[in-house]
Design a binder for this molecule. Structure first.
Ligand SMILES: Nc1ncnc2c1ncn2[C@@H]1O[C@H](COP(=O)(O)OP(=O)(O)OP(=O)(O)O)[C@@H](O)[C@H]1O
Length: 582
């Protein structure tokens, strides 16, 4: 928790300092009240006292209460501001960190957990800082000050207060010790609930198509019940705390007055009045002491939960990306990319997904990757933008290991179209120009035309400014792919990575798109992952993947002669006549 507080700014520490002054003022005023109360009690009991005699202590009591209230409001405002500021900063830091993570770290934390950490967990921190500032600082000052006030006043009363305090501390300890282990469980269960909710929402169509609502509902209910019952358990324990404390507080009051009654009964007539006044004052102070301990107990209740949250947030902040950024810029144009004996294994996996890949791609060339599903094509091209780093061997650009290059420069040179096309909420324009600083409207229309998207985009309401829903839900799969391809072309990159990006296009659009693309990609290195022979037949070179190895490397004609795996794929898609005729 303290490590999280290191992220407070100087200005916020200054606010903490100012709050401290107001808290001390508040405590002093709260403890001043019983003194005036004692005065009033004495005056009332004294013969000949008139109402006007009570004006002064009465007004002072009112003044103390009002100023104390104003001080509490000021501290509350500062606390809210400090807590909200800190939460905003940490949310930003967690977001920045998450953005910097490689896919390995994303897999390690999982998306739902990262969402819970940057929302729910940060809210816990915000709450403890907002409340804690008022309570953590106030409680000890109030406790010590109030104890000093009652110390040595009366042995019996002090003993009664001591016993109640002991009971209070024991009670808090027992309850908190039972509840603490559950806090971590609650956060993990919330991650789980988040995961299932996400799955339900994103997979809604599949769920409906398979009539799997009941199955999903059962999964959701299980997670929901787990979170609810754990929360109930903790809250029931917490619910016990407040009434138990009230009971102890009232018990102490009764005890003080009971003891007082005996003391007064046995005292001389002269001492009776001061004893009565002392009893009223002592009872007020004792209540303040108990209040202070109650505040401390609130900290004990909230702190463990915030502690768990702080730990989860720090875990994210202290995790460095396994992909270390290089320092060099890419000088000149990219002439070639070489995979030099590359092998790769996913983190937490024991088997290689890619083994000894060896090939070179030169500027202007189109390299196609084909092979059965799961043969490692996607993984291979994901090594170029360094979504993952190779396990063995090296990927070289212009003869230099890509690890030496600055990641931003490297990714600036790459136009990547992922296997499942992804669109952001916004407009056609904002999606195509995504990440680009320059607004080149003419180029925008041209790239959409190359991607064969002009017709459907111009039919949309507001055409290039047409709204795109989150995840591109309001456009078809093929339209999504075409806009994603346009996004890659807009960058004018030196390396194109098309990961099965033509799969949702009909043959005619696929052919037209590739021929328009050819002119644009003349000066670039283009990688195309595809399942259809038709999409890659004209590639300068085709790499045939089988179980993570390249089992064929050549043109379509060469592979039709010398690569059995390629022939199998080709004949499974087209007849002998079609292949020969084409
Ligand atoms: N994040 C991951 N963690 C662990 N293993 C993975 C991960 N992603 C993919 N794999 C495994 O790596 C292997 C290669 O997957 P990859 O997606 O590269 O194949 P592919 O040839 O592109 O398949 P497809 O044509 O179906 O997209 C598969 O066996 C898959 O199970």
């Amino acid at each position: 928790m303290l490590k999280i507080l290191r992220h407070l700014t100087r200005r916020e520490w200054l606010f903490v300092g100012v709050s401290l002054v107001f808290i001390i003022m508040q405590v002093w005023l709260d403890l001043k009240l019983p003194d005036y109360m004692a005065e009033v009690t004495l005056l009332i009991q004294t013969e000949g006292t008139t109402v006007s005699d009570l004006w002064h202590p009465g007004l002072m009591m009112l003044l103390c209460a009002v100023i104390s209230m104003v001080a509490a409001i000021i501290v509350g405002c500062f606390a809210a501001r400090i807590a909200a500021g800190l939460a905003k900063r940490i949310r930003g830091m967690v977001f920045d960190k998450t953005i910097s993570f490689s896919l390995a770290e994303m897999n390690h934390f999982s998306t739902p957990s990262l969402i819970t950490r940057s929302t729910n967990d940060i809210t816990q921190i915000q709450m403890i800082v907002a409340m804690g500032l008022q309570v953590i600082i106030k409680a000890p000052i109030l406790a010590v000050w109030a104890i000093i006030k009652i110390y040595n006043k009366n042995l019996e009363w002090t003993a009664a207060t001591g016993v109640v305090l002991l009971l209070l501390v024991t009670l808090i300890l027992i309850l908190v010790l039972v509840a603490i282990p559950k806090f971590k469980v609650i956060q993990t269960l919330t991650d789980n609930l988040n995961r299932i909710t996400r799955e339900n929402l994103t997979g809604l169509r599949v769920i409906r198509a398979y009539n799997a609502e009941d199955y999903q509902l059962r999964k959701f209910e299980k997670a929901n019940t787990e979170v609810t019952s754990t929360n109930l358990f903790v809250n029931r324990i917490m619910a016990l705390i407040s009434p138990s404390m009230m009971l102890l507080m009232s018990g102490l009051s009764v005890a003080i007055y009971w003891i007082g009654a005996y003391l007064i009964q046995n005292a001389n007539a002269v001492d009776k009045l001061p004893l009565f006044s002392n009893m009223v004052v002592f009872s007020s102070y004792a209540m303040q002491v108990i209040m202070a301990f109650m505040m401390v107990s609130m900290i004990f209740i909230m702190l463990p939960r915030a502690q768990v949250s702080a730990k989860r947030i720090l875990e994210v902040l202290n995790t460095s990306s396994t992909i270390n950024d290089g320092e060099h810029a890419i000088e000149g144009s990219i002439e070639e990319i070489q995979f030099n004996n590359v092998s790769f294994r996913y983190p937490n996996s024991e088997q290689n997904v890619l083994t000894n890949l060896q090939f070179t791609a030169k500027k202007g060339e189109t390299i196609a990757l084909i092979g059965s599903t799961g043969s490692g094509k996607t993984t291979a091209i994901q090594l170029i933008p360094r979504f993952f780093d190779v396990t063995e061997g090296e990927v070289l650009i212009n003869g230099q290991n890509i690890k030496k290059f600055n990641q931003k420069a490297l990714r600036d040179a790459i136009g990547y179209v992922s296997q499942s096309a992804f669109l952001f909420r916004g407009t056609v324009k904002s999606n195509v120009m995504y990440g680009s600083k320059e607004d080149r409207s003419m180029w925008l229309q041209e790239v959409i035309s190359i991607a064969q998207g002009t017709e459907f985009v111009e039919k949309m309401e507001n055409s290039y400014d047409a709204m795109i829903a989150q995840g591109g839900k309001n456009v078809s799969g093929g339209q999504k792919q075409r806009l994603s391809i346009a996004r890659a072309i807009y960058k004018k990159p030196s390396i194109y990575l098309f990961d099965d990006s033509f799969s949702a296009l009909d043959y005619e659009t696929d052919r037209k798109l590739r021929s328009a693309l050819k002119e644009t990609t003349n000066d670039a290195i283009t990688f195309i992952v595809a399942q259809r022979i038709g999409t890659i037949k004209e590639a300068d070179r085709i790499l045939v993947f089988d179980q993570g190895r390249i089992v064929g490397n050549g043109t379509h004609d060469e592979l039709m002669v010398n690569c059995e795996t390629y022939q199998e794929i080709a004949y499974s898609q087209l007849s002998k006549e079609e292949l020969e005729h084409a």
